[in-house]
Design a protein around this ligand. Sequence first.
Ligand code: COA
Length: 258
Amino acid sequence: MYTTLLTSLDAGIYTITINRPDKLNALNKDVFTDLNTALDEIERNPEIRSVIITGAGPKAFVAGADITEFGGLNKEAAMALAKRGQDIFARIENSSKPIVAAVNGFALGGGCELAMSCHFRIAGENAKFGQPEVNLGLIPGYGGTQRLVQLIGKGKAMELLVSAHMIDANEAKQLGLVNYVTTAETLLDHTRKILEVVNSKAPLAIAGCIKAANAAYDESKDGYALEIEEFGNAFDTDDMKEGVTAFLEKRKANFSGK
Ligand code: COA
């Protein structure tokens, strides 16, 4: 089904592994096509409750956009490429199911942008983050200038953008770019454990949280109004009735996603 991704579904957790280890999992056209198809599958398949995105091999999550595809692009083609990348990463950010980046090495350029479009990030201790585009006479094109500022604040983001300086996993954690740092060996297990907890919660309520939290960063939306609406929507769900009843009956809730 995919030429550049490995996928597996286990206990509601869909793991997507970007699989071009010889090219440090660089994002070429085929990876974008496959990621877009995988996002359709995530939306379509009710057995998928949450998602991990990681990279194949011990060295890289994703070392950026595939630089070999940049040769010969004119301004219009470059803008179309940035739009395509931004659209796919916006689909990740706005997915109603939690998508977590398990960063297992270099997350540079488009790789850092991919990780930042996920709902949150866990890093192996060998992870390295950076936006090295200025080394190539470029700027980030897949949302990096916006999401880096949102996640770590303008001052530090500016420094990383204009210096191409790479930071390690521990500094990324101090800056709030990643939530946890694990050993390289335990990265996927740790990420799965977090998602097992997430998967035991009410799916429609999770979707509501994602939508309302994302609105905090979208000037075209009134996040507080959206929160009121989503809060109200939750009262129309079977899961809210089940959650409240289970609490009162002192038992664990069994959510149906309805
Ligand atoms: N696009 C295309 N190919 C890439 C790539 C990218 N972004 N990043 C790495 N590769 C390829 C290399 O060309 C090399 O291929 P080859 O074996 O056919 O020559 C292979 O992946 C291994 O990379 P290499 O550079 O040999 O590994 P390294 O350990 O010496 O260095 C990096 C690792 C990440 C520091 C280095 O690969 C790098 O700087 N990559 C580009 C990062 C970047 O600028 N990303 C932003 C792009 S906008």
